[in-house]
Design a protein around this ligand. Structure first.
Ligand code: NDP
Length: 318
């Protein structure tokens, strides 16, 4: 039976470090880290995410400014708001909650955010820096879900060097940046997607499997090598019939937890795995941005620039 990777506890640890870093900056430089959160429309899931981000930011002494725009907002209005936030010296991070309504082109909006305030790490320049890797990572913001997944992996695998890693999914938000982070860690990386042939047999050779497919419980134990480490990024709400016969729903990942647990050595649960890490990493990126804006070095370095021992000292034993 696999050990469960407790993302909730690890995220709490990261948030407490973020709070320490924020407090130190406020005390020494009188700079209050500030995240602008822009929500366009009424998407219920987006509202929940934005609410959770705002609450946890407050717990870390990160100020938030909320901008709620209605569903029919046009692109020009949103771009004007972003320009204002780009120019505001007190704003260190800008988050535009995705998805955006149909009349707005997401890529134009993301690339309008100042690169040095793009704490989601979706700007083309931040994506390019991640792709180049090495020292470029010191300037980049790394997308929060893959960064959180990597931190969980580094906490659970002694040395990723040379490991066979399979990433299921190639989205710009999760799959692609995840594969680049694993390449930086010297894994041998295979990315599979909906057009890949023999996905199961490719997964079955992996030491590390990161799944971000948006397909409820798709990856099961038969797909896995004995002892694999499994990171389940998926968040899917599926219908269930309750004991009393009424209809309800529950959240599951992209991995069939029960069968996968019988093969894997370590596995993230859903909920309670990658999900909490995403918000923790967003807050971490925001405080990093505030340090950079204050002319200071990153409070915790980058995932790339440290040896495993230094990394553990800073992130885990801290
Ligand atoms: P996307 O829909 O953008 O991408 C899904 C990827 O999975 C695509 O590349 C797709 O391939 C691939 N895929 C789909 N079906 C299969 C299949 N049968 N076999 C192999 N690959 C397949 O999703 P996201 O990357 O945005 O999100 C993935 C999951 O992660 C979702 O469940 C989402 O809810 C969750 N998520 C969780 C977050 C968190 O905080 N924990 C944050 C962000 C996302 P193709 O490119 O060919 O279409």
């Amino acid at each position: 039976m696999a050990n469960i990777i407790d993302g909730k506890a690890f995220a709490a640890k990261i948030r407490s470090q973020v709070k320490e870093d924020a407090d130190r900056l406020i005390e020494k430089s009188k700079v209050e880290p500030c995240l602008a959160v822009v929500l366009v429309g009424e998407n219920p899931a987006s509202k929940v995410y934005v609410g959770a981000k705002t609450k946890m930011a407050a717990e870390c002494n990160i100020k938030t400014k909320d901008y709620k725009l209605n569903d029919s907002t046009d692109q020009e209005t949103l771009l004007k708001l972003i320009k204002m936030l780009n120019e505001d010296p007190d704003t260190h991070g800008i988050l535009v909650q995705l998805p955006l309504p149909k009349q707005i082109d997401e890529r134009s909006v993301i690339d309008a955010i100042a690169v040095e305030k793009d704490v989601d790490g979706f700007h083309a320049i931040n994506a390019g820096r991640l792709s180049i890797g090495g020292d470029m990572l010191n300037k980049a913001f790394i997308p929060c879900t893959p960064l959180g997944s990597l931190l969980l992996l580094k906490d659970n695998v002694d040395d990723l060097t040379g490991k066979n890693a399979v990433v299921v999914g190639r989205s710009n938000i999760v799959g692609k940046p995840m594969s680049q982070l694993l390449i930086e860690e010297s894994c041998t990386v295979t990315v599979v997607h909906s057009k890949t042939k023999n996905v199961e047999s490719i997964c079955s050779q992996a030491d590390v499997v990161v799944v971000a497919a948006g397909r409820p419980e798709m990856v099961n134990g038969d797909w896995l090598k004995e002892g694999a480490v499994v990171i389940d990024v998926g968040i899917n709400r599926i219908p269930v019939t309750k004991e009393d016969g009424s209809e309800g729903s529950k959240i599951v990942g992209d991995v069939d937890f029960e069968s996968a647990s019988n093969k894997a050595s370590k596995i993230t649960p859903v909920p309670g795995g990658v999900g909490p890490m995403t918000i923790a990493c967003l807050l971490r990126n925001t405080v990093t941005s505030a340090y950079r804006h204050a002319g200071l070095g990153d409070p915790r370095g980058t995932v790339d620039s440290e040896s495993q021992d230094q990394y553990k000292e800073k992130y885990i034993n801290h």
